[in-house]
Design a protein around this ligand. Structure first.
Ligand code: ARG
Ligand code: ASP
Length: 719
């Protein structure tokens, strides 16, 4: 089984031409790409990138904070990632007196580096193929249900055995939709401290306006450091901890890079779905995304209106806006990209070819009806997926409801609950209350509630409505009237009331809490979801995954027949991957071409003191006017800020190192171009480009702008 799989290859599912620049490769299996990479210009070997026998680049790449990538750039555990990846910690450490979001932060000594309890950096130590062991006992005759049971049991057993013999974290993950399994050993660093961040008008320059768009001028970086015990163990924060001595750290290149230069990106892509049938892609792009885009667009309009009126509200809703806006904008790009590319038709063509191929041999019986089975299942799935999308984009964006949900445990307290448990619940609820009201603006929430509940009622059939919504229709006949009453009666709009309630809480008050209209509304929606939607979607999801596993296997066989030399790459699944491609611009549409890099001149062109996203500080303007770039200037004399290349990346790759032919750091990946956001479903190398911040701009800010020269001094610089 294993050998068979390893000899498979992948191409674009609907093309027979192997395309350069495509693929998220498993570092352990990079051998099969080495020739390709070297032909494209790489000067090192894949053994330099990944080895378990000696130090290699993999020892300098971490999963940062569970959702981003970071890289080690000094022998003292100094770590670079994006500003938007460090954002929550920058916000966490900010107060009115020390507003690091606005002003930036630079630790001028080790003592000034700020602990971040809960933040982790995860480093892969090794991985091994455990497919045979995971599938032990599975035969051709095994039913899907039985298979799931066997696989889960085997995984549990293998994991327990491995854990008994190691201090490392052990994870077993399916690849190729469950056709292959890898066991991964990780070292989890738990003392990661904040070392530096530029002000938001550099780290988030262009804000949500420029997000997902090229050309870009964002200094999207922040700096952290890993600490370990004096014995070198990855332990929780302690004053006695010392900076981590890594096995490897990335040298930094100040040489810049030219068009067509080889680059590679090493990091943790989260999730892609490039092997779906046409019906699935169509549902995603033409049914689900448009709904999310429409609903979020309405919410963002409400946010914008209030944010423009009041600077306090602008700050309070900055992170919420960024969060909703990131998906909103990306999905618009995905839909447009797929339509321009005629992506659904191309997927359909492949589905047809695949089915024809299946008919040509008796061995391929399992693949004969796949496409029509998918069509049936996805048709059944659609109303439930729509309802799920409506529920999460409407009800769950009403803040008062999700806040109330934090009190569900307390509402279930009985006479039997111990005082200790109650005290813990109260402490948690108090913390949640503090966090909630810091960034809560009731007029926004009320408006969102009216708009979203109206949308749900208007667009979902009565039998897909939670009881609450039918009550609104029947009793109030007016969403506004219901929302007015909800906000008037719930205690969750007043921080004072909530805290008073918590201070006086006794088990006997649980019943009253459970009757709060916001908590009742939340629970009504959730109960409906769990009982009427989720049971169905879980079942359909399982059936679809079973089909997808077979379809994936079929696609692997199909392509292996056509290109036996090159291995195929699996969808992203939050595991360490290497992707490579060349630096270069592209043509997004007729008559338009994009250059591959931006400069500080562009920042000055965008500058506008009246638009929050485009404010430039006096300090940066001064450096610009004096052309005071030191050794960080490009050989053309300008200050390069960002660049694009053909690396196949996705969410989670943010913060990833982008490296040159020698494996030296050129920059930090942080985004993709809007025209190419469809790459999670369909990858087209002519428009799918990754955006990185130039490391010379990063160091210019650290050194020249902020004077945190001690940080540059500990890096290995290649001039
Ligand atoms: N689009 C990038 C990503 O998906 C960056 C998002 C953060 N930046 C922002 N302006 N919201 O994560
Ligand atoms: N901005 C994304 C991230 O945060 C990267 C991407 O989607 O290209 O991981």
């Amino acid at each position: 089984m294993k050998k068979l799989l390893l000899s498979f290859i992948v191409l674009m599912s609907f093309s027979l031409q192997l395309r350069a620049d495509e693929g998220m490769w498993i570092p352990m299996l990079l051998q099969s790409n080495e020739k390709d990479m070297q032909e494209m210009g790489m000067n090192i070997t894949v053994d330099d990138i990944y080895s378990i026998n000696h130090s290699s680049m993999k020892d300098a790449v971490v999963l940062f904070g569970g959702g981003c990538t970071g890289e080690i750039v000094s022998d003292q555990g100094l770590l670079l990632t994006n500003h938007h990846c460090g954002f929550d910690w920058i916000q966490h450490h900010s107060t009115v007196e020390h507003d690091y979001l606005t002003d930036g932060f630079w630790a001028m000594s080790f003592e000034e580096e700020l602990p971040c309890p809960g933040l982790t950096a995860v480093m892969l130590k090794s991985m091994e193929d455990v497919t045979e062991r995971v599938l032990e006992g599975v035969t051709k005759e095994t039913s899907n249900e039985e298979r799931t049971k066997i696989v889960n049991e085997n995984i549990k057993k293998i994991k327990e055995e491995a854990e008994a013999n190691t201090d490392y974290q052990v994870v077993i993950k399916p690849f190729y939709h469950g056709n292959q399994y890898f066991m991964i050993y990780n070292e989890v660093f738990k003392d990661v401290r904040m070392v530096g961040t530029p002000p938001s008008n550099i780290g988030k320059f262009g804000g949500d306006t420029d997000n997902w768009v090229w050309p870009r001028h964002t200094g999207d970086f922040s700096i952290f450091r890993i600490y370990v015990s004096p014995e070198g163990k990855a332990v929780e924060y302690s004053e006695d901890n010392v900076p981590y001595k890594p096995n490897y750290h990335f040298p930094i290149s100040l040489k810049g890079a030219e068009k067509d230069d080889f680059t590679f990106v090493f990091g943790y892509p989260a999730r892609t779905n490039e092997y779906l049938p046409a019906v699935a892609v169509n549902q995603e792009a033409n049914v689900i995304y448009p709904v999310s885009v429409d609903l979020r667009g309405k919410i963002l309009n409400i946010y914008n209106k209030h944010q423009e009126k009041d600077p306090k509200v602008r700050i309070q809703y900055a992170s919420k806006h960024a969060h909703l806006g990131n998906g909103w904008k990306k999905w618009m790009g995905v839909v447009e990209g797929i339509n321009n590319f005629k992506g659904i038709q191309k997927k359909k063509n492949f589905d047809e070819k695949f089915t024809e191929w299946a008919y040509k041999s008796r061995q391929r019986g399992a693949y004969l009806n796949l496409i029509s089975d998918f069509e049936k299942l996805y048709a059944e799935y659609e109303p439930y997926r729509l309802a799920t999308t409506y529920l999460s984009e409407t009800a769950l964006n009403i803040e008062i409801l999700t806040f109330a949900a934090e009190f569900n445990k307390l509402a279930k307290v009985t006479k039997e609950t111990s005082q200790e448990e109650i005290d813990q619940m109260i402490a948690a609820a108090k913390e949640a209350t503090k966090v909630f009201f810091k960034d809560y603006y009731q007029p926004i929430d009320e408006e969102v509630a009216v708009a979203m509940l109206s949308e749900y009622i208007a667009n979902q059939p009565a039998d897909f409505r939670p009881e609450l919504l039918n009550t609104i229709v029947n009793k109030y006949n007016d969403v506004q009237a219901y929302v007015d009453e909800l906000f008037a009666k719930t205690m969750f709009t007043s921080e004072e009331d909530v805290n008073k309630f918590l201070d006086e809480f006794k088990a006997s008050k649980a019943k009253k809490l459970a009757k709060d209209p916001a908590l009742m509304a939340y629970n009504d929606v959730m109960d409906f979801y769990l009982n009427n939607i989720r049971t169905k979607t879980t079942d359909l999801n399982n059936q679809i995954s079973d089909l997808q596993r077979v379809f994936m296997r079929g696609q692997m066989e199909y392509h292996a027949e056509r290109n036996p030399e090159k291995m195929m790459y699996p969808d992203a699944n939050f595991t360490l991957r290497v992707t490579y491609g060349k630096i270069g611009g592209f043509s997004p549409r007729d008559a338009v071409t994009y250059k591959h890099f931006t400069t500080l001149d562009g920042i000055m062109q965008k500058e506008n003191p009246d638009i929050y996203d485009y404010v430039v500080t006096d300090r940066l303007r001064e450096l610009y006017e004096n052309k005071d770039y030191g050794r960080y200037a490009d050989k053309d004399g300008s200050m390069h800020v960002a660049f694009i290349a053909g690396n196949h990346t996705t969410g989670g790759n943010s913060g990833s190192p982008i490296l040159n032919a020698d494996g030296h750091l050129l920059g930090l990946n942080f985004d993709r171009t809007w025209e190419g956001t469809m790459s999670d479903l369909i990858y087209d190398p002519s428009i799918c480009k990754n955006i990185s911040v130039d490391i010379r701009y990063v160091l210019f800010i650290v050194d020249k702008y902020a004077g945190a020269t001690r940080l540059v001094d500990e890096m290995t610089i290649v001039e």
